[in-house]
Design a protein around this ligand. Sequence first.
Ligand SMILES: Cc1cc2nc3c(=O)[nH]c(=O)nc-3n(C[C@H](O)[C@H](O)[C@H](O)COP(=O)(O)OP(=O)(O)OC[C@H]3O[C@@H](n4cnc5c(N)ncnc54)[C@H](O)[C@@H]3O)c2cc1C
Ligand SMILES: C[S@@+](CC[C@H](N)C(=O)[O-])C[C@H]1O[C@@H](n2cnc3c(N)ncnc32)[C@H](O)[C@@H]1O
Length: 722
Amino acid sequence: MFESKDTDTSSTTSKNTQSLSFHSSNITPAKIDWQMDDTGNKVPVSGEFGDVYFSNADGLAESRHVFLAHNQLPERLTNLAPNQCFTVAELGFGTGLNFLATWQLWRQLRDIHPQLATAKLQFITTEKFPIPLTDLTQILALWGQRAPELTTLIELLLAAYPPLIAGCHRLSFFDDNLTVDIWLGDAAESLAKLANNSSSSHVPYVDAWFLDGFAPSCNSTLWADSIFAQMQRLSRPNTTAATYSCAGIVKRALQDCGFQIKKVKGFGRKNEMLTAIMLDTINLTDNNNGNNSKDTNSKDTNSKDITSYNNTSTAAPDNDSQSAKPTDNLPAHSIVIGAGVSGLLTAWSLANRGIQVTLLDKSAPLAGASGNPRALLAPKMTPIHHVDEHLHTMGYLYSSRLYRCLNVDAKKSGLVPIVEPTGALDLLMKANIGTEQIADYPDEMATTLSHEQAQTVSGLKTQDLSENLYLPQSGLVNPQALKDTILMHPLIHFQQVDVKSISETKESVCIEGSNEDKQTISISADNVVICAAFESHQLDKRIFDCRKIRGQLSWFTPTTEQLTILPKIPLKYSGYCALFTAQTGDAQLNDVVEQHSQFLLGASFIRNDTDIDIRTKEHQISRDKLVTAIPEMDSIIPTDISLWQGRAGIRTQTPDYHPIVGVLADSKRIWVMSAMGAKGYAIAPICAEALTDMMLGTFAPLSTAMLARLSPNRTRLQTPLT
Ligand SMILES: Cc1cc2nc3c(=O)[nH]c(=O)nc-3n(C[C@H](O)[C@H](O)[C@H](O)COP(=O)(O)OP(=O)(O)OC[C@H]3O[C@@H](n4cnc5c(N)ncnc54)[C@H](O)[C@@H]3O)c2cc1C
Ligand SMILES: C[S@@+](CC[C@H](N)C(=O)[O-])C[C@H]1O[C@@H](n2cnc3c(N)ncnc32)[C@H](O)[C@@H]1O
């Protein structure tokens, strides 16, 4: 008989898990029941599976014993080389307790070992039935009381916890050099999406697995062959695994996918648990031939005898062995060309992984399309069954988390906020989703307000607001504040250089260009990322020559009377408008009156026009768009537009509307991140993370299929625009 997660022999009834299979993009939140544990503490139980999330004896101690100690995390993390990244992958995020225990260990180790300052921890976890935030808050509040050392981490996790939408949600904790990728959806499907066909010389792999499904008798899906096949694909010699389960199918499956297993003392009432290590089959073969000096200290490492992996200290992974992750060839210095939102975010992602970045722009940071007074952070929506593979939604959620997290840092340093979390109301005049499809989304991501609520939040009086999309996590990004924060990173150095050419050798890249004094500048680095928007093609002809779409944004300073009647929240219709207060520093970038309210509206779309002069005609186009969509604005928005300010920029777009992110064909060192279309502030941050991961050989927060869709070398980009 299989054991339950908590007992050696269990009479737990197995529920019919077949009835719990849904479309992969539809997430079913966990149903939480409660019971008392052995020490009289309330502990959560899965309503679906009838099993406990963690041991009734002491979940935190169980986590530390089973997953941390028996993957040798204290030793392995301590021994990481500078800039080395260690990857943990977990099956079943549940309450996040394993993650919190790992995070706390990581913090402790980093506190006492200064050499870990630049090492990274990547925690990848999967969850098909995520716990709703309110339940999770309750569960973790109890842990906060029992284990005060977790309190701060619990707060940070809860603040970053994503809406329950299928797909990968990356949470970045920059101060701790920690990223967490929560893949919501079926674990086997999620693992299958992890890309390890890296375009760089570094291929991502998992260092340690936490196999923490409910007991196989309660839920077999996390112990299925498809899971173990993925484990095999994503592991390499010395990858370890640990699980509380000693069920026969687990032992056999681990062995069948190349792990050598060992039974050790389990936690609490459990006599046994399993640890495992992926065998180095090449060395094993050599060992058997008697011609390999690498001593695995096993009695018969090729056999599937579980007694053979019986000495943790000698069978544990060896960081110094030839199979240790090489950091020698990781790039140390990158050049990023173009300091718009793409270049800034690329520089930020690279610098946060310890790479020195020289950021170049021919004019100044934000000189191109990215330099508007404010950018609306909003997704292009999609029906929920596509959401997990929808760059705009996942990118928007990541951006929203990132900007809010940067706000916290900005506040601490007395700087202007990066995002004003206003929310936004879309009147669904140019949307590819209706209210029925919006209803499929969790309210914290997207919802439809009642007509009355919509009137209250917007301040509109006569408009029919019965159909709308309210985006609570939307907001107004302040590009100037974002730029200031990013440029403060000690590893990012900005230089004004108009880049004319890029040359690549086997060892390095070199750019040549001229500075503001027309002096020739040449800079070498390990690699280069071209973020020059529509001008990227001029720097390397392998980059698709994209569609160029001019856009002009307009704004004016409203009178006190207008202020009381202008929309109170950013609105989307066939264009968008928003009220904002110009902050200190804004006037360096645009003609705004600092500390005063400004009303912006836009934007025009003019194809194949790369002039950036300000046109009265386009102010008028934006005014017309607004009053056509919302007629009550006609009496509020001034008709005299002669005092309006504006800014024009060029959007860069591919024929398939996907950005271009990746390494160029036949190149090892020339990368590109471009074609952000009309949504750079929503999608550049996640694309920058994916690019950095591909460059460094760590797992990207986007699926293999998505990365292929973004590839600069994709088939759709082989035919030039006509
Ligand atoms: C009117 C308008 C309104 C918009 N509103 C929004 C919005 O509300 N929300 C949103 O998310 N998106 C919005 N967008 C889209 C968004 O602005 C773009 O997606 C984004 O700015 C693209 O960023 P980028 O960094 O790729 O390009 P850019 O910001 O154009 O940056 C490219 C940079 O490369 C530099 N460069 C080019 N060639 C060289 C060279 N040879 N050497 C050195 N440097 C070079 C340029 O000087 C420039 O600074 C809007 C766009 C426009 C035009
Ligand atoms: C024992 S709990 C994990 C406990 C968790 N590690 C913690 O620290 O709280 C098992 C988890 O696996 C999840 N799960 C069950 N089937 C799954 C599947 N097919 N794919 C992904 N997750 C699944 C459950 O919803 C549950 O949260």
